[in-house]
Design a protein around this ligand. Structure first.
Ligand SMILES: Nc1ncnc2c1ncn2[C@@H]1O[C@H](COP(=O)(O)OP(=O)(O)OP(=O)(O)O)[C@@H](O)[C@H]1O
Ligand SMILES: [Mg+2]
Length: 244
């Protein structure tokens, strides 16, 4: 497989409307194997809806999404996809290890050493037997991430994975994501924090359900002659307003 050029996620004029709200509006996206692609934009711009469409949890209103060479929704891809939701989807009344065993049973992972390996990655080895409800918010995010990575998926969707996670661990997450990329794993990550985006190979800046601009953080700054991504975003959003 030619890692550099294989398209893992492609959307064609993908839209999802909720009544009058165009949560995702004619998005054309291409994500390549082994890259981290960041969806970046303010609250309500459509990041979670786009990810849910790509995972196959929502059906498009119009357009289509092709993920791992299949038009989604398609249950055949699920064993190769990991999804860390924005709202925690882990069981609060189970322990950390029980959650891993539960998600492992869905994905056919029944390896105690793998459970402990992912707990090590999110630095929660010592809390394996804690009931999730008794963990801190950041620790719960880390359990969610461990569950999403458990089955070694080749494509990971991470919806705001670092919210509530401390800076030190954020750096170690990033290092881990980069190692996954080097192994060919593709990561689509959403954030509304511009700093986080610096570490993505490419970004899609979203606004009102649309992708305003795409490129690496430095390309986007150069294109807008700005020195921070935040300024680049504002400049691009202003440009769209002026055209409207
Ligand atoms: N199930 C739903 N029913 C109705 N409206 C919805 C639904 N899901 C999302 N929306 C609307 O679609 C728009 C996009 O929401 P979405 O959750 O995708 O945004 P987001 O970029 O993930 O925001 P945030 O940064 O707050 O997580 C919002 O206006 C939201 O209210
Ligand atoms: Mg969201």
């Amino acid at each position: 497989m030619d890692i550099a050029t294989t398209t893992v996620v492609e959307t064609r004029r993908l839209s999802r409307h909720f009544g009058r709200i165009r949560a995702v509006d004619e998005v054309n996206l291409q994500v390549r194997a082994g890259e981290t692609y960041g969806l970046l934009g303010p609250n309500g711009c459509g990041k979670t809806t786009l990810i849910r469409l790509l995972v196959g949890l929502l059906r498009p209103t119009t357009g289509e999404a092709i993920v791992l060479a299949k038009t989604v929704p398609n249950k055949d891809i699920l064993s190769q996809v990991g999804y860390m939701t924005q709202a925690e989807a882990i069981y609060q009344d189970l322990t950390v290890l029980e959650n891993l065993r539960f998600f492992g049973s869905i994905y056919g992972v029944d390896s105690t050493s793998r459970f402990h390996e992912v707990l090590g990655l999110v630095e929660l080895a010592e809390r394996a037997n804690s009931v999730v409800a008794t963990l801190s918010g950041g620790m719960r995010r880390r359990v969610s991430l461990a569950c999403a990575m458990l089955h070694n998926p080749m494509l990971l969707f991470l919806d705001e994975p670092t919210v509530g996670v401390d800076p030190e661990l954020r750096v170690s997450f990033r290092d881990h994501f980069r190692r996954l990329n080097e192994q060919g794993v593709t990561i689509v990550v959403s954030s509304h924090v511009m700093d986080e985006a610096e570490h993505c190979h490419r970004l899609g800046l979203m606004r009102n359900g649309r992708i305003l601009a795409e490129g690496s953080a430095s390309e986007l700054r150069q294109r807008t002659r700005t020195s921070t991504l935040e300024e680049a975003y504002l400049a691009l959003a202003r440009g769209i307003n002026e055209l409207a």
